[in-house]
Ligand binder design. Sequence first.
Ligand code: ZN
Ligand code: FE
Length: 256
Amino acid sequence: MPKLEIHQFPCLSDNYGFLIHDPEQQVTATIDTPEVAAIEAALSEKGWALTHILNTHHHFDHAGGNLELKEKTGCHIVGPRAESARIPGIDTQVGDGDQVSFGQFTAKVFDVPGHTSGHIAYWFESEGVAFVGDTLFALGCGRLFEGTAQQMWTSLQKLMALPDDTTVYCAHEYTQANAKFALTVEPGNDALVARSEEIDRLRAQGTPTVPTTMGLEKATNPFLRPMSQNLQETVGLVGRDLVDVFAETRRRKDNF
Ligand code: ZN
Ligand code: FE
């Protein structure tokens, strides 16, 4: 079976667009619709015709291009059931545990509420690839606009259960700012210090830091590390419930 082809490109000021393509069945999806012109340019560069949109959540930089792309291409829109009223042009509503067929590939859907109330992630198990929208970022996580810290921590734990070698596609290039914050809450994490230096090198060259991997995030992302003694000490919550440590870490980032 040929591999799922993935093409990543910048959109807007700090979003990433992703096209996925099955060369055998000639189907192409955009993960979210941050910027129509950038998506169209990417499609023509690759010579692919859009057949699907897979939405992660309703925010404008994720679903704002849905209707224009659907009008132009007749593509089929898949999105979160729990936000269906806020996903323009949605055709198929999906939620936790559902399977989405895309050519010869299948994505498993996870409900990952917290950033928005119905946010979903798509996991292509055979490809070892996950599209996580604004739930998990490289060294960060989404702001809690519509959910609680408990909901977000539960969502992040679902993603942490994926294999360490899972390639994780996040929707924004926030990594360098995230690293600066991460170092303030877990300064004793040598892997984080090393990664932060590597990120500075990459960004100085204009190189994306996305995708990341689940293993790297588990080792360095403070929002996945409330169990870290060093982090617990820094935020002053040694031995407390992990959700409390997570909530305090998120609160500090909001005010960073
Ligand atoms: Zn968002
Ligand atoms: Fe976003």
